[in-house]
Design a protein around this ligand. Structure first.
Ligand code: COA
Length: 263
């Protein structure tokens, strides 16, 4: 059954007690706008509150999971403080607080929040051609969604530094070796596999599943919410920086950025 989503770029289907959320803006590589964040947050919060739903699955298009935040919106927010989001991102809040298990299927690139959101998921399956990157530094920005805490916790400081400071892109095999994802599958099988796993989760005893997820996350939760609040403040200031403005102009002008004059 297809259920309501407030925007066409986010499709939501409830079936077999699984809420399946599809990012559907392939012409912009599934870059996320504020409206899309709100729709995804609404779907996740709704699924978490709905006793009929027992698992949440997120996936993108067949050749792109998500190219991160819409860079045009970042550019506008950097120029006009009134266009800057007030408070935290509702999608990040929803994924960090969801009590039900969340599964992700990654096909093609997962960039910026396309990767950082995954650190809040419980089970992640990626296609052979999937890639993972968090190019915040290359964009003159700073980490978000709790990634400055969750990434080093997963992979250690030095590997996290390499990935974040050098905006290193990981292949799906590298992400598997680092423990960031659960398995690599053929590209054309990954969404079906993640669906099967979501249905399997939905058949488990639901209270036991929710309790186990809560216990797995308990130690991290306090630090995580402090980190997310701290990151948000830095991120908002970085959007106004000359470094970020140069990086965003360079992206849309399809040229290399020039950071040589910055201190
Ligand atoms: N925000 C806004 N628009 C984006 C976007 C983003 N994050 N990512 C891609 N697009 C747009 C492009 O501007 C282009 O639009 P156009 O057709 O109107 O010119 C369209 O999506 C296709 O992108 P393109 O770069 O031509 O495709 P590609 O296959 O060569 O590369 C990516 C795909 C995802 C690797 C590349 O677009 C990219 O690096 N995007 C930016 C990722 C990023 O830095 N995200 C922010 C992280 S914080």
């Amino acid at each position: 059954m297809e259920t309501a989503s407030s925007v066409a770029e986010v499709l939501v289907h409830n079936r077999n007690r699984v809420c399946r959320i599809e990012i559907n803006r392939p012409e912009k590589k599934n870059a996320l706008t504020r409206q899309m964040y709100a729709a995804m947050a609404g779907a996740i919060n709704g699924a978490d509150a709905d006793p009929e739903i027992r698992a949440i699955l997120l996936h993108g298009s067949k050749d792109c999971f998500c190219a991160g935040n819409d860079l045009k919106e970042f550019q506008l927010a950097g120029e006009n403080p009134e266009l800057r989001p007030a408070g935290s991102n509702p999608f990040m809040e929803a994924i960090s607080l969801a009590e039900k298990p969340m599964v992700a299927a990654v096909t093609g690139p997962a960039i910026g929040i396309g990767t950082t959101c995954l650190f809040h998921f419980d089970l992640i399956y990626a296609g052979q051609s999937a890639t993972f990157s968090m190019p915040f530094v290359r964009l003159g920005l700073s980490p978000e969604a709790g990634s400055s805490f969750l990434l080093p916790r997963l992979v250690g400081h030095q590997r996290a530094a390499e990935i974040l400071l050098l905006s290193k892109t990981l292949s799906s095999q590298q992400a598997l070796d680092l423990g960031i994802i659960n398995a690599v599958l053929p590209d054309n099988k990954v969404i079906d596999h993640a669906w099967d796993i979501s249905c399997k989760l939905a058949q488990q005893p639901p209270a036991s599943v929710r309790l186990t997820k809560a216990l797995l996350k308990k130690q991290a939760m306090a630090t995580l919410s402090d980190t997310m609040a701290d990151e948000l403040q830095h991120f908002a200031r970085r959007l106004e920086s000359g470094e970020c403005k140069e990086a965003l102009s360079a992206f849309f002008e399809r040229r290399e950025p020039d950071f040589s004059s910055f201190e």
